[in-house]
Structures are given as C-alpha cells and as structure tokens.
Design a protein around this ligand. Structure first.
Ligand code: FE2
Ligand code: FE2
Length: 135
C-alpha cells in the first residue's frame, strides 16, 4: 500500500505551514489505512470530516499569507484549494451514499493532489515570498 512519507523535499521552511502539511499527510495516510483494511463507511467518513475541516484551516492560513504579501498568483492558487474542497465534498457524498468500502482511487487522488500541490503551487508562493525585499 502506498503511503505518503514526509521528506525534506516537501519542506517549505515555514514552520506553521510545514506542520500543517505533515498533519494533512498523516490524515490522508490514516484514510489510506482505513480503506486498505476496508473499515466501515462511518470510520472513513469520520476521517474525511477531519481532513475536510483541517484542509479548510490550512488553506485559510495560506490565503492569509497571500494577502499579507500581495501574492500575484493568489487567484490561481485559491482556485486549486477550491477544487480540492469540492473534491472532498464529492468524496464525502459518495461515502454517505454508497454502502461499500471507499475506493483506493480516492486515496490515490488525495495523495497525488497533496504531493503535487505542495511541490508546485505551495513552493511557488514560498519562492515569491523569498524574493520580497526584507522590510
Ligand atoms: Fe496551497
Ligand atoms: Fe499547502
């Protein structure tokens, strides 16, 4: 089974944000294990709920950074977050509607999304901040 491992490649160097990314990875891994061991939908649903709430908190923290630094690709980044929020809502609905264990495809989607998003979009805003003149 594929789990996402934290590595320094994923590190942005922003303590709070790195901590939040680690928490998100832990939650997706927890969901992966629940799927792998075919836990009931109520178990997976509880993890999805926590992931949904934590992702919202994390995205809000990043969006505050974008405001603080007048980040130029804010709209593009926000819309990626929005797409993730919509996907989680869809996953949640599926979880409620279908009384079969959650598909591994969902896990693969979440793992791929988070890894790619940190490595591309999140690293882009960090390098934008790094180029700002020191105030
Ligand atoms: Fe982000
Ligand atoms: Fe992020």
């Amino acid at each position: 089974m594929q789990l996402l491992k934290w590595s320094t490649d994923l590190e942005l160097g922003l303590e709070d944000i790195d901590h939040q990314h680690k928490q998100l990875i832990n939650m997706i891994n927890e969901l992966s294990l629940a799927i792998e061991y075919a836990q009931s939908n109520s178990v997976t649903l509880a993890i999805v709920d926590r992931l949904q709430g934590y992702a919202l908190t994390h995205f809000k923290a990043e969006e505050e950074i974008f405001s603080k630094y007048n980040y130029t690709d804010r709209a593009g980044h926000d819309s990626e977050h929005e797409k993730f929020n919509e996907s989680i809502k869809y996953i949640r609905r599926q979880c409620e509607l279908i009384d079969t264990p959650m598909s591994a495809r969902i896990r693969d989607f979440l793992l791929a999304w988070l890894g790619n998003h940190i490595m591309t979009k999140d690293k882009e805003y960090k390098s934008f901040i790094d180029k700002m003149p020191v105030q």
